[in-house]
Design a protein around this ligand. Structure first.
Ligand SMILES: Nc1ncnc2c1ncn2[C@@H]1O[C@H](COP(=O)(O)OP(=O)(O)O)[C@@H](O)[C@H]1O
Ligand SMILES: [Mg+2]
Length: 252
């Protein structure tokens, strides 16, 4: 991916010694991670290695027990999720977060940025929002489903809807938790093309993904977790052959 001069040296999302425990389990264990601004970053690791918990701590869904999260040099540790969203970080969920009985268009208009009910009522459904919603629906390829209730979409289409919803807030950084999980190959191809295009348009990505072909072909920088700890990072070709990574995955 191209890395323009204006983006060189820009600080992205960083964590220092980020830690989250659940009872006796340390899900994220003193993770110090730097993501690259303007790039496609992948976070990989075996099941239960703390990837989703890491995402949840970074985006304010849960509070870390220790450590810091900074975004572009600003401390965002323990800030409420709407503040983190406003700082420019959008995210999807491993399991879709959509309203099943609302139509696709209605789901798109659930404001991501508005923080009060009054602001939501004032915002939802303005001409401008509907136009933007249609643009993003077209971009992800679900415009023909505008009036369909979300529960009638295939799982892959629901993932595309969730991605389009994230894009409505125009985030500078987009965190995707297993965007290809449970999605058929044709839609995986579409998601992958979209990520590439959006990255070229300047969006930074942080992607948790199990599909190794997708990770290796899409990402510029790979970070590997095992039992809540960072065990390797670097370009995909380097990480792929790292001994610690092979051990974590293959148990050899
Ligand atoms: N809400 C929770 N309560 C208790 N344990 C949890 C909770 N969420 C995650 N865990 C545990 O934390 C560890 C990391 O889980 P998770 O972050 O979901 O990993 P990953 O996304 O890499 O599969 C696992 O051992 C999991 O069982
Ligand atoms: Mg997970």
């Amino acid at each position: 991916m191209t890395f323009t001069d204006s983006q060189a040296g820009v600080r992205s999302l960083e964590t220092v010694q980020l830690t989250k425990r659940f009872g006796g389990v340390t899900a994220v264990d003193a993770a110090t991670v730097t993501f690259q601004h303007g790039k496609v970053n992948a976070l990989i690791g075996p099941n239960g290695s703390g990837k989703t918990t890491f995402f949840n701590c970074v985006t304010g869904m849960i509070k870390p027990d220790a450590g810091q999260v900074t975004y572009r040099g600003n401390d965002i540790t323990r800030q409420p999720s709407h503040r983190i969203a406003r700082a420019g970080i959008g995210r999807s969920f491993q399991l879709c977060r959509i309203f099943p009985r609302m139509t696709v268009l209605e789901n798109m208009l659930v404001p991501v940025r508005a923080t009060t009910l009054r602001a939501q009522l004032a915002r939802s459904g303005s001409r401008d929002d509907i136009d933007r919603a249609r643009e993003w629906m077209t971009r992800v390829g679900i415009e023909h489903l505008e009036s369909t209730e979300a529960r009638n979409l295939s799982y892959g289409q629901q993932k595309l809807l969730e991605l389009a919803g994230v894009l409505m807030a125009d985030p500078e950084t987009i965190m995707l938790d297993e965007p290809a999980g449970g999605v058929n190959p044709a839609l995986i191809g579409r998601i992958s093309t979209l990520v590439r295009q959006l990255n070229r348009e300047g969006k930074t990505f942080l992607i948790v993904e199990h599909n190794m072909d997708l990770v290796m072909s899409l990402s510029d920088h790979v970070i590997v977790f095992d039992r809540g700890r960072l065990i390797a990072e670097g370009p995909p070709a380097v990480v792929k052959t790292d001994r610690k990574v092979l051990e974590a995955y293959l148990g050899v």
